[in-house]
Each structure stands twice: as C-alpha cells, then as structure tokens.
Design a binder for this molecule. Structure first.
Ligand SMILES: Cc1ncc(COP(=O)(O)O)c(C=O)c1O
Length: 403
C-alpha cells in the first residue's frame, strides 16, 4: 500500500496560498485539486457554450464533454447504464427531487416513509413537508446509547412496511458509518424503495451501486474534491421512471403544445433547464483524478489522523467527546465542558484552525443525544499529522484561555 501524502497535498493550490491554515471543515466542503480547477477553466476559456441545443461546434464540444462527464460518474459508481445518472445541484436537490417525485406515484395517503434520527436536514425536511401534505406517515429510526442506529427498532419499523427507506451512509455530525448494505437488503426484503444519502459516504470507498443494490444513491460534487453546485442523483432506471419531475421547462420535454406536452426520456426528463456544465466537467475531473490513488492507503492514513486527533483530545481534561472512534469515517464532534461550542470554534479560528460549530444541519440528532450543539472537526486525505498536532496545541490553548 502506498500513499504519498506530500504529492497528494501538493495537488491543492490552497495549501500553498494559505500555509498557515489547518482546514478541518471537510465535511462542509473540500478543497479542489488542480485537475478540477483547470477542467472548469478550460471549459470557460476554450469551449464555453450551452449543451444539447447548438448548431455550432462549440456547443457540440461542450455537449460531448458534458456527456462524457456523465459516463465518468456512471463508471465511478458502476451503474448499469449512463441514463441512470441525473445531474442536479447537490445532495439537497437530489433528495428534494426524490421526496417530491415519489409522492403520488409510489407514496399515497396512509403509506409510510422511514428515515433515521441522525439524518442531515436535507434528508428530513423534504420528507416531512411532502409527507404532511399528502398524508404519508414519517417514521424515524432512533439512536441507541452509543449514538448508533437502534437495530432492533429498525426491524420493528420495517415490519410496518414502509414504502421508502432513506438513510445516510455516514453521519455528518458524528462520522459514524452506517451498515447501509445490510439495511438496504432488509428494507428490500420488507418491500421498500431504498435511498442512500451518500453525501458523507462517497469518499469512504468507491461506491458500487450494483453491489449496494440500493434504488437511489445521492451525493454532492463538492464533498468529493469537486465543484460546488453540482451533484448526482443515481437511480435504477425503472425507479427513475417512477419519479414525477420536480422541475419543468426546457430540455426535459419532447414535444410542447397547448394541447399537451410530452416529456423527454431519461436522463433529460429530470434535468430541466441549463445544467451546471462546468460543474459536471469539474466533478468528472475530480473522480478521474481521484481514482488512481490507492484508496485503501488513503483510508488508512485518515484512520491514523483520526486516532491521533481522538486520542489527543481524550487526553485533555475538560473535553467531552461525542463521536466514537470505532467505525468512524473521519469526523470528531466534541464539546469543552461548560463552554459554548461557538466560543470554542471562534477561539480556534483565531489560531487559524477551521472547524464548524453548531448543530450541523442535524437538529434532531442533537435533540436525541441531549446536546445543544458541538464543535466538529472533519478530516480529509490532504490533512497531515502536523495539522492534527497543531490543532491539539490550539485546543489546549483554548482550554487555558477559557479556564
Ligand atoms: C449527510 C448529508 N446529506 C446531505 C447534505 C447536503 O449536501 P449539499 O448541501 O451539498 O446539498 C449534507 C451536507 O453537509 C450532508 O452531510
């Protein structure tokens, strides 16, 4: 196994430009390697044009690169067909399309949807809103004492025969990895359509959607070294066919007249309007750039950083760790006893340690664990042992200041 951290980090201009910062807010968004920045710049500088509609060569070139980007994502996820990749602006947009698109088609009054207590708001609020409107029941898998999903309750809730089960692969607050492969099998056995929110899981390992066998998998480009404003809704073709489009307009139609409109085929039916062309090209560049690296070695490197950070924090008195080290994708949530998480983050910011504080778009999770919020440190492969060491010094300093 081989991971050249220096070479990997050198791909990110940010760390040259801002050598004094320790960036531990990767669960919010990641830095972009040169391959992504130059792919986007190349689009704007050399063949900027709209896709699918131009008679000119520039538009044809843009269309070709845009559709090649779809192929790259399809290959990365190991889909059965390229039409199973739908571009959208991110995981939030994808989950909104799913919640909206399944209402009235798959879901009818009295049906049930099952999510969990550790979901990001993007996998809660769309369901809540649409379920309430249609009279669909929303059930929630609770957490156990270790802040893991309560497996026994999952079984009990599956017995109520939900039509849809939608769960995060990795908690964006705690970093805990969920047993999604098993959960998908159990949900399928109960007859449910399965959705995986891969926003924090996409980097765990290269997802194989055929092996996972979920019906839908969603993620955001900017959490996998790609640009903001682009994301992916993967769906098995027959399941995508079930979705009522969220957006209507150009591109998604075949024929429009005032006597009636016919919709386009997949994937265009779910991609109304001008897409984020540069974003799609940039995301494909990110995946192509990422693929050849040794993913196992990267995972091992991240685990070492995680252990260094977790053990370092554990040794400091006054720290209350909320995340567990086991089965963790690289996120630590903690508090300093008696102090507000925002104050801690502000003091870390003064030392140029970038972390996030608050409820991290997961208020129900904090209600479940009885906390008002937490400081979150999220690691990426470009972080170094020196980053962690500096962070621990900074936390010690915060403890001194606050005492
Ligand atoms: C688990 C999870 N789901 C969904 C989202 C929403 O992603 P985006 O804001 O990129 O749409 C996030 C973002 O942090 C997340 O962590």
């Amino acid at each position: 196994m081989n991971f050249d951290l220096t070479a990997f980090r050198a791909e990110f201009a940010f760390f040259n430009q801002q050598p004094d910062w320790v960036y531990l807010d990767n669960a919010a968004t990641m830095h972009k390697p040169a391959a992504v920045i130059s792919a986007e710049a190349e689009f704007y500088q050399t063949f900027n044009a709209n896709v699918h509609r131009g008679a000119h060569q520039l538009s044809q070139q843009a269309t070709q690169k845009f559709e090649q980007a779809r192929d790259t994502v399809a290959e990365y996820l190991n889909t059965r067909a390229r039409e199973e990749i739908i571009w959208c602006s991110g995981a939030t947009a994808a989950l909104n399309q799913l919640a909206y698109g399944l209402m009235g088609t798959v879901l009818h009054p009295g049906d049930r949807v099952l999510i969990s207590a550790l979901e990001h708001h993007a996998n809660i609020v769309p369901w809540q809103f649409h379920c309430e409107q249609l009279g669909v029941l929303l059930d929630v898998i609770p957490l156990d004492a270790n802040h893991q999903l309560d497996v026994a309750e999952y079984q009990r809730l599956l017995a109520l025969k939900p039509k849809v089960v939608s769960i995060a692969q990795v908690s964006n607050v705690l970093g805990h990895i969920q047993p999604v492969a098993v959960m998908v099998q159990q949900a399928k056995a109960a007859g449910a359509i399965t959705i995986i929110d891969g926003a924090q899981g996409i980097l765990l390992q290269q997802p194989d959607v055929q092996q996972l066998d979920c019906d839908f998998y969603v993620f955001s480009g900017h959490k996998v070294y790609g640009p903001t404003g682009i994301g992916v809704l993967y769906g098995k073709r027959p399941k995508l066919e079930l979705l009522r489009p969220l957006l209507y307009g150009g591109e998604m139609i075949q024929q429009v007249s005032f006597s009636g409109t016919t919709l386009n085929q997949l994937p265009y039916r779910l991609e109304a309007g001008t897409p984020n062309i540069a974003g799609a090209i940039g995301l494909a560049a990110a995946l192509r750039w990422l693929q050849p690296w040794d993913h196992l070695a990267i995972a091992q490197h991240k685990q070492q950083l995680l252990q260094q950070l977790h053990h370092g924090l554990q040794q400091l008195s006054g720290i209350e760790l909320i995340s567990q080290l086991q089965n963790n994708a690289g996120i630590i949530a903690f508090n300093i006893k008696g102090e507000h998480h925002s104050d801690v983050a502000a003091l870390l910011n003064q030392q140029q340690i970038a972390v996030r504080a608050g409820t991290h778009c997961a208020m129900p999770l904090f209600a479940a664990i009885g906390k008002s919020g937490a400081v979150r440190m999220s690691l990426a492969a470009y972080n170094t042992p020196q980053d962690v060491a500096r962070t621990l010094v900074a936390v010690r300093q915060v403890l001194e200041i606050l005492s």
